[in-house]
Structure formats: C-alpha cells, structure tokens
Design a protein around this ligand. Sequence first.
Ligand SMILES: Nc1nc2c(ncn2[C@@H]2O[C@H](COP(=O)(O)OP(=O)(O)OP(=O)(O)O)[C@@H](O)[C@H]2O)c(=O)[nH]1
Ligand SMILES: [Mg+2]
Length: 463
Amino acid sequence: MPKLDLDDTIAAIATPNGEGGIAVIRVSGSGAFEAVEPFFVSQDHEKLSDAPANTIRWGKFVDPAQLLVDQVLVSCFRVPRSYTGQDVIEISCHGGFAITRKILGVLLSKGVRHAEPGEFTRRAFLNGKLDLTQAEAVLDLIHAKSDRSLDIAIRQLSGSLSRTLKELKDALMRLLAHMEAYLDFPEENLEVNVQSGMQDQFTNVQEKICSLIAGFERNQLIREGLLVTLVGKPNVGKSSLFNALLERDRALVSDLPHTTRDPLEEALEIRGFYVRLRDTAGLISEPEHPLDKMGMDRALGTLRESHVVLYVVDGSVPFEEADRHVFQLIPEDKKVIALVNKSDLSSRIETKEFEAFLGDKFPIRLNAKTREGFGELEERIAGCLEQGTSEAGEQITRLRHKKALEAALEALRRAQQSFQMKMSLEFVTPDLRAALEAMKELTGEIYSEDLLDVIFAEFCIGK
Ligand SMILES: Nc1nc2c(ncn2[C@@H]2O[C@H](COP(=O)(O)OP(=O)(O)OP(=O)(O)O)[C@@H](O)[C@H]2O)c(=O)[nH]1
Ligand SMILES: [Mg+2]
C-alpha cells in the first residue's frame, strides 16, 4: 500500500452495505467541516463550520446542484475529542444503498479521499486515542462470535491489557534506570540487598510475561472456536444429535448405517462459548468399503483435533464390543462426555455395566427427537470448555502479541543471566533495552508502517 497521507480529509460509509433504518457516512480530517458545509442546509440555517464540538444538527443534504438528496442528522466532533482525534463529521441518513452512495459520491467529487480499510482507527492510533492492542480490540469486537470473545475484546478495548503492559514496561524502565545509575558510578560495588532486589525485579517481570504468554492459547480457542466432535459406531444417532443441537436439518439422517461419510462442521454458541460442532462417520473396526475407510480416517483425524468428544451410544440396543472399540479410539488426553441416545425407546443397555466401563465419565441420557437431556448436555460441554479456557489474569489475543512477549522474555533471560554472572552492567543493559523495545512494539510506541498496513488491512472500510 502506498504511504498514506494522514492530514487529508477522508470519508467512507461506516455502516454495512444494503438497506436499513439508518446509515452513517463518516468524514475525518482537518477539512471535514469545509467538505460537508456546501451540501448541508441546516434547519436553523446556521453554518456547519460554526457548530460547536459534540453537537448534532438536523437538516438537508443536497447535491452540487442544490437538489435534495436526503434529510439527515449531522454529528459534529472537533479535535481532539473524536474517534480519530481529528475533526469528524458523521452524517446519519436513511439506510439505502443509493442514498449512501450519492452522499459519499458528492463528497468524493469535491476532493475528499475515500478512506482505506481501518483508516479511521489507524488515525485514532496515530493521534494517541488508542494504543495498538486497543486498535486490534476494535476489530475483535466487530468479529466477536460469542459472549466470551466479546468480553475479551471489550476489556482489551477499555485498556485493561494496555494497563498490564504499562506496568511491565514501567518495571523494566525502573530496572534499567537502576542499572544505569550504577553504571555512572562504577566505583561503587553493588551491595547484597541491591543485588537481590534487582534479581527479584527480574524474576517478577518474567513471571508476569510468562503468564501472559500462557493465556494466549486459551484466548485463541475462545476467539476461533472450540472443536466438539460427535463419535460413535454407525446408526447411534450422531447426525440426529448434530441437527438437534444446531436446531436445523443440516446432516442427512437415515436408518441405514454409514449415512455420514465426510465430517460436517457447523458453528454455534453454547452458553457463551463459540463452538465448532462436528459430525463424523460411524466408526467400525474393519471397514470393508473403501468409502467407509476414507470416512473413518477423516473421523479419526477430527478426533485428534477435538477439544471435547461426545461419545454416543444407542440406549435401545445392548452395549457391545463395537462401542468399546470406538471408545478406545479416543485419544486419552481428550475431555469426553458419554451420551446414551434414543431414550424414548425401551432401554436395552446394561446401565451398570456401561457406567463401570466409563469410570468417572457419568453418561447423559438423551433423545435427539425431543431434545430431552440437552440442557444437561450443554451444561457439561460448557463445563469442559470452561476448564480449558478459564484462568484469571490478563489476556493477549494475537500471535503478534505472543511473539513480542517471547522476544522480551528472551532478552530478559539473557540480561538476568549476565547479571547473575556478575558481568559488568554494560553487558546487561543492552538486553534490558531490547526487552523494553519489544514491549513498546507490542503497544505500538515503536511501529513500522508495514506493521500498521498488516494490522489495519484486516479492518473493513469505514472503521
Ligand atoms: N427413536 C429414536 N430414534 C433416533 C434417535 N436419534 C436417532 N434416531 C434414529 O436412528 C437412526 C440413525 O440416526 P443417524 O442420526 O443417521 O445416526 P448416525 O449415528 O449419524 O449414523 P451414521 O451416520 O450412519 O453413522 C435414524 O433412523 C434416526 O431417526 C432418538 O433419539 N430416538
Ligand atoms: Mg450420521
């Protein structure tokens, strides 16, 4: 992307394309008021350029020939109290495709530039309204697919991660200042209590960084969805349960075994978690048909990736070797919830024998047709996901964050090692400075245009 001019005035439609109650066209830059003024006739005939900050005007938007385009509300924000930190005008018009295009077209024809994706937020970052992790949280907020991911994004946008990172940076700066003070007076030997104080500071910062890195995997899962897979021998009702959980007829169901061959995946929200639910082919010990073999290979691949496995048996037939075989295929590290399906039919499963086989995995009785037992199933799934994802503490959300923290940690470890070996402090401070720089890259105090291009390219136009 060519280097952006951040002083010119930009505009874009900020609401989704299509029809709606209202739509908003956002204009930002030092020329925002001058750009809109000729086309806005306020109801009280006051000049838009006289409008005080944080006020709303009602009036007509007209084209260059002074023909009416729409009745609009114009919200006026002035430097620095706006989203971008520049003068901003937001034109709220009726939410129609032609109206928004027309208003935007009028502004663009008069020298306003069409905003690049994420350019409003990029300006907000460059004007110090947000740090880089908060700018990323804006994107996460828009893309959040469940209450949990929404929660993380809103906390990050409110600055909770920024505060934690600031504390870490401050601690590093204090340590650096401390060392530099001793550098200036080389004749003074470090006293024992100063030595141990610095050691503690090193350890403290490293522990906090480690805990942030550990939180990354959990966060990824929350953002990108946890994989929950239905497995069982053929015909136990996996696809029926899949459809019932989704509340729609997604998978083929029949009383013939081997109906499902390819794994099917659909997303749904379960108790605030974004879940990727997968239906798989029935598992058997010796598939004869090559297609059954292929379906089984895929099911086994899915099993390995899963976070939670729903192990389904048919309660209307006795528990048998074929069910045992399926259970043995589930990797040991997986969380398993056992389901006895078809509870509407007379039970032929030896409950005691089945429970003894499962050990501590107490089964749930289900009916895919009436959704009986589904409340308990959802609760148990959420419980498993909770264990896998909840842990107190601040959370990072991107590989970029993790890499920056890892770089800081590595530099800190080097610095502490040199310090412990009682090397001259001159050899310790460069690594400390490197750790601090990595932290500053994370929050965006140090950045490159290329990095901003990558981050903001993910945004939609108008944000
Ligand atoms: N009575 C009753 N029948 C069910 C229930 N769940 C599924 N079935 C029936 O059991 C048969 C098999 O259901 P499917 O959902 O296709 O089973 P599956 O495990 O996906 O089978 P494969 O894809 O072949 O491995 C169908 O005839 C369903 O209507 C249930 O809770 N009660
Ligand atoms: Mg099926």
